[in-house]
Design a protein around this ligand. Structure first.
Ligand SMILES: *[C@@H]1O[C@H](CO)[C@@H](O)[C@H](O)[C@H]1NC(C)=O
Ligand SMILES: *[C@@H]1O[C@H](CO)[C@@H](O)[C@H](O)[C@H]1NC(C)=O
Ligand SMILES: *[C@@H]1O[C@H](CO)[C@@H](O)[C@H](O)[C@H]1NC(C)=O
Ligand SMILES: *[C@@H]1O[C@H](CO)[C@@H](O)[C@H](O)[C@H]1NC(C)=O
Ligand SMILES: *[C@@H]1O[C@H](CO)[C@@H](O)[C@H](O)[C@H]1NC(C)=O
Ligand SMILES: *[C@@H]1O[C@H](CO)[C@@H](O)[C@H](O)[C@H]1NC(C)=O
Ligand SMILES: *[C@@H]1O[C@H](CO)[C@@H](O)[C@H](O)[C@H]1NC(C)=O
Ligand SMILES: *[C@@H]1O[C@H](CO)[C@@H](O)[C@H](O)[C@H]1NC(C)=O
Ligand SMILES: *[C@@H]1O[C@H](CO)[C@@H](O)[C@H](O)[C@H]1NC(C)=O
Length: 304
């Protein structure tokens, strides 16, 4: 009896080992859906990427020197999806391929610091899992597509240092997950859309060196988590709004190089965390200088 049960357990053990190895080999054999394989092929050729190993590959390993990564744990480890593309500073030319919109599991897309031109494709709006989108320092032009407002998981959006023009679409105000929005050094113009005031999680808003006009929208009073607000070098006008005092976490405020009217609301000097304040060249600055209030609260102010 004892002998029988021990050989039975050895048999079971061997069976188990066999099963495990089958399961393991299956998990290393998880494959990427055809849609994504084809999209990757198209993207690679449109961006003139050189080593294109994945043209024939079905599995997700070894893609483009780890600049493209997959997660292979979908459907009980049988299906992979492309989740990250990190193609910054890669001398990419051409325009952004709309096939990127077929990689719907992407969470991270970095195409910054290349030579990409033409428009930002609307298809990027389908990337509902995207958390980070970096497109800065290219030659992108045309307007910012309203479809980007559908990026419902996005936290970091960097489109600075391009040639984007026209107004910021109000729909960007739908991305309530957004933490950083950077649009610096483009050719954007018109009024700032009131919808941006709905971005209540926003901590950093960079808008310098564009051609924005009009007043700061009242809705911006809701941006109470802002730490950095810079709109240096635009064509903004109107009074500097006193709602800025509600931005309690503000560390950097840069309003220089616009047509704002003074005086600077004194409440701004009560912001305890403010350490960088760039104002000046206010119109109607009838007082020779601001009346400096006792700077008791502004212990960390560096530049004025
Ligand atoms: C991977 O899957 C294919 C077909 O689904 C099969 O022919 C091949 O043997 C598998 N490879 C491994 C290592 O399991
Ligand atoms: C890619 O997505 C577009 C819609 O955005 C669709 O028409 C097309 O069929 C998709 N391509 C593949 C290969 O699935
Ligand atoms: C891979 O995807 C699964 C299922 O969505 C998720 O639970 C897991 O955290 C992901 N792994 C990584 C490393 O992102
Ligand atoms: C964008 O740039 C291309 C050249 O790179 C030009 O042909 C096109 O007219 C420009 N589009 C806009 C909207 O400026
Ligand atoms: C933005 O949200 C509004 C409702 O707040 C909705 O009507 C609109 O369709 C949304 N737009 C986009 C592009 O998601
Ligand atoms: C911003 O929020 C207001 C009030 O909730 C809403 O009416 C408006 O449609 C929103 N705008 C956008 C662009 O989400
Ligand atoms: C800025 O916009 C105004 C009016 O919208 C226009 O008159 C002006 O030429 C623009 N300036 C630049 C530098 O584009
Ligand atoms: C400011 O920052 C603190 C800590 O960094 C955080 O707890 C708080 O929610 C932020 N927002 C406001 C409006 O104070
Ligand atoms: C600023 O905008 C006004 C119209 O609002 C325009 O007349 C003026 O040319 C603009 N200035 C610059 C430097 O673009």
């Amino acid at each position: 009896m004892g002998k029988h049960s021990s050989s039975l357990s050895i048999f079971l053990l061997l069976l188990l080992l066999q099963l495990t190895s089958i399961l393991n080999s299956q998990s290393t054999n998880a494959s990427l859906p055809d849609t994504e394989v084809r999209a990757l092929g198209d993207i690679a050729s449109k961006l003139n990427m050189k080593p294109m190993r994945y043209y024939s590959a079905q599995s997700c390993s070894d893609y483009y020197n780890s600049r493209i990564s997959c997660n292979c744990s979908y459907n009980s480890n049988t299906v992979c999806h492309v989740t990250e593309m990190s193609l910054y500073s890669n001398q990419l030319t051409g325009s952004i391929p709309e096939e990127l919109g077929n990689l719907t599991f992407l969470t991270y897309l970095d195409l910054s610091d290349n030579y990409l031109n033409g428009p930002i494709p609307e298809s990027l709006g389908t990337l509902h899992s995207l958390v980070s989108l970096y497109l800065y320092n290219n030659f992108l032009n045309g307007s910012i597509p309203a479809a980007l407002g559908e990026l419902s998981s996005l936290k970091y959006l960097y489109m600075g240092q391009n040639q984007l023009s026209r107004e910021i679409p109000d729909e960007l105000g739908n991305i309530t997950t957004l933490i950083t929005l950077s649009l610096l050094e483009n050719q954007l113009s018109g009024n700032l859309p009131p919808g941006l005031g709905n971005l209540t999680n926003l901590e950093r808003l960079w808008l310098p060196s564009n051609n924005f006009t009009g007043k700061l929208p009242e809705s911006f009073a809701k941006l109470t988590n802002l730490q950095v607000f810079t709109i240096l070098g635009n064509n903004m006008s109107g009074q500097i709004p006193s709602f800025i005092q509600k931005w309690k976490n503000l560390t950097t405020l840069s309003l220089m190089g616009n047509n704002f009217e003074g005086p600077l609301p004194l409440e701004i000097f009560k912001l305890e965390k403010l350490d960088t304040l760039w104002v000046s060249d206010l119109r109607n600055n009838y007082e020779p200088r601001f009346h400096f209030p006792p700077l008791s609260k502004l212990t960390s102010l560096n530049s004025l």
